[in-house]
Design a protein around this ligand. Structure first.
Ligand code: ADP
Ligand code: MG
Length: 608
């Protein structure tokens, strides 16, 4: 029998390789855009017809190619970017293998026009299914234009597997956005079926994000920065109130290449965890610069997965960078009225925390500077006259005369203001506190509000280890279910931070020798059971810090419940306390605390 092994012809080998590199029109877009970036272009234009199934064109004003290079660029493993194997590990964009153009040419009809600045004439090259159809000198502008027609014309199986135009176009735009987000200094445009989708001037990163994602981002971006010898973190996160119910705008770039990284994503979401309602996802555009030798490179150009050698360190740095950024924003937003007209951030302008140069704990404790923090737990809410909650609203009109935007700033009626003794809180359904504000009616959920107040105070106390304990004259024994007994054993240290002194008392029993000093009238057994129950529920979602989780559970259980009748001065005090919180509008468990009904809405209802 004769030998049966044969070498595949190049065109077949290329087609096979193409299947790996070019899976859909978007993959070709990515390769062409990246090549244009590598060519040093200052302007890149993407033109698409029928989601790239009919035509894709990328035009750049980069370095261009000589006639020989133009021809060479379509050979497999032809690249000007790698000279030896070691280069593979040095390169930053990780995508070079010299395979993209060969792959594209294997499965499409390609036309290139390219000219180097220094040449008088450029080159016009036509390739179809890896076969050069023509190569001629031509007059063209400096730079390169790649035209890809009828992608997969010779691989019908692949072509048939393409999704709808809308779906393929989404993939293309994703690639376009990712490249645009790492190259804000380059102008980009994108046309689809004759319509302009994007026209992005060269800009700084913030402006690029806004141009790409919409002007709604103008006031929503908080800078995130952290430099260390392991990783340099930069970029932006969206303010908590810009969070979405979908995971849409979450971008990580490692050494300027888009990556997916669920583990690091968790670090960011965790940093936001007590600020977002359940089911909401923060937006972010975060750039990680790492020594390329510390990345486990998967050099496959279509893969977006990478591994960092120091991933745990990067995780905690990232989390702390984002927390710090949010913390800084919470403080500075009290000053930045220009940018902050939104409902969510009506902090008082005269709060002591706004003093510039404030110490910010890199481990993010947004509550360090709050004054008058008596841990009251369920003790009756008392009148406090050192805070005047109305003033907290009273910034937009008076302090910011240029506010003509009709933003929903909350200011108090002048006549209302002059009657300090009858501020007129009304309790509704023993559940809500209703009051009049200038812009309409404000309704506060009493339980959610109290939960927020307790949470911030307790967190402050435990962070500063200041919670005090009262010894029990008659220590009480609590009997728990086996799983709860196991859980509390793990949490003894955290419980002690709140002022609990709990000891194991055989089997599933614990003896409570001390309780938080301010805890009154609570059935300890029920309280502990409920707190543990809440703790477990909180843990089902994102993994949160044990201390924070426990604080949340405690706050939830100690907050006044619906059905509790509140005296006017109790309502007053609760509202005052609420507005001295860092985040007065969302409870730690993500519930809305405040709803306002605008005056014009009421007018409308009456047909006035
Ligand atoms: P790689 O980008 O990995 O080097 P490609 O197949 O994408 O491989 O491109 C091959 C070569 O063609 C590049 O190394 C580059 O020298 C040249 N090239 C591709 N696109 C352009 C362009 N738009 N402008 C100038 N040169 C280009
Ligand atoms: Mg390339």
């Amino acid at each position: 029998m004769s030998d049966i092994i044969r070498l595949l012809p190049d065109s077949v080998a290329n087609q096979i390789a193409a299947g790996e590199v070019i899976q859909r029109p978007a993959s070709a877009v990515k390769e062409l855009l990246e090549n244009a970036v590598d060519a040093g272009a200052g302007h890149i234009e993407l033109i698409v017809k029928d989601a790239g199934k009919t035509l894709l064109q990328v035009i750049d004003n980069g370095c261009g190619m000589s006639a020989t290079d133009a021809r060479m660029s379509f050979e497999r493993h032809a690249t000007s970017k790698i000279k030896e194997a070691a280069d593979l590990f040095r390169i930053h964009t990780l995508g070079f293998r010299g395979e993209a153009l060969a792959s594209i040419a294997a499965i499409a009809q390609v036309e290139v026009k390219t000219r180097r600045m220094e040449d008088e004439l450029g080159t016009h090259l036509v390739i179809e299914g890896s076969v050069v159809k023509s190569q001629q000198p031509c007059a063209c502008t400096a730079g390169t234009s790649f035209l890809i027609k009828n992608l997969f014309f010779n691989v019908p199986a692949r072509r048939n597997f393409l999704k709808s135009d809308a779906a393929e176009m989404r993939h293309i735009l994703e690639e376009f956005q990712r490249v645009a987000l790492v190259n804000p200094q380059i102008a980009f445009s994108c046309h689809s079926n004759g319509k302009v989708l994007f026209q992005l001037p060269a800009a700084n990163l913030k402006q690029r994000i806004i141009n790409l994602m919409g002007s709604g981002f103008q006031e929503k971006l908080i800078p995130v920065n952290q430099d260390s010898n392991v990783v340099k973190i930069s970029g932006y996160a969206g303010k908590p109130e810009s969070a979405k119910k979908t995971k849409g705008e979450q971008y990580f770039f490692a050494n300027n290449r888009f990556i997916r990284h669920p583990y690091l994503n968790h670090a960011v979401e965790d940093a936001f965890s007590d600020l977002l309602p359940e089911g909401y996802f923060p937006s972010y555009f975060i750039y990680l610069d790492v020594d390329p030798s510390k990345i486990d490179i998967n050099i496959h150009p279509t893969k977006t997965e990478v591994n960092f050698l120091d991933h745990q360190v990067i995780y905690s740095m990232l989390r702390s960078a984002v927390r710090q950024a949010i913390g800084k924003f919470s403080f500075s937003s009290t000053l930045d009225f220009e940018a902050e007209k939104s409902f969510d951030t009506y902090f008082p302008k005269d709060r002591p925390v706004v003093a510039p140069g404030i110490h910010i704990n890199p481990e993010y404790n947004p509550f360090v500077k709050k004054q008058q923090a008596e841990l009251k737990l369920t003790a009756p809410l008392q009148q406090q006259d050192n805070t005047d909650w109305e003033k907290l609203y009273d910034f937009a009109r008076n302090d910011h005369p240029s506010d003509q935007s009709g933003a929903k700033s909350l200011t108090i009626d002048a006549d209302f203001d002059s009657e300090p003794l009858s501020r007129g809180f009304m309790q509704f359904q023993n559940k809500y506190i209703v009051s009049r504000v200038k812009s309409g009616l404000m309704i506060i959920d009493q339980q959610a509000a109290h939960e927020r107040v307790l949470y911030e105070r307790m967190l402050e106390k435990i962070e500063q280890q200041k919670a005090s304990s009262q010894q029990q004259l008659f220590p009480q024994t609590v009997n728990l279910s086996a799983p709860d007994a196991e859980l509390i054993r793990e949490l003894l240290e955290e419980f002690s931070l709140f002022g609990f002194q709990i000891e194991h008392f055989g089997q599933n029993s614990y003896i409570i020798r001390g309780i938080p000093a301010d805890l009154v009238d609570e059935n300890i057994q029920t309280l502990i059971e409920n707190v543990l129950e809440n703790f477990k529920n909180n843990q089902l979602g994102l993994k949160v810090d044990k201390k924070i989780n426990l604080t949340r559970a405690m706050a939830r259980n100690m907050a006044v419940k619906p059905g509790k009748v509140l005296m006017p001065e109790e309502m007053q005090s609760l509202v005052d306390d609420l507005f001295s919180c860092q985040v007065p509008n969302v409870s730690p468990s993500g519930k809305t605390i405040i709803v306002t009904i605008q005056a014009d809405e009421i007018e409308k209802r009456f047909g006035n």
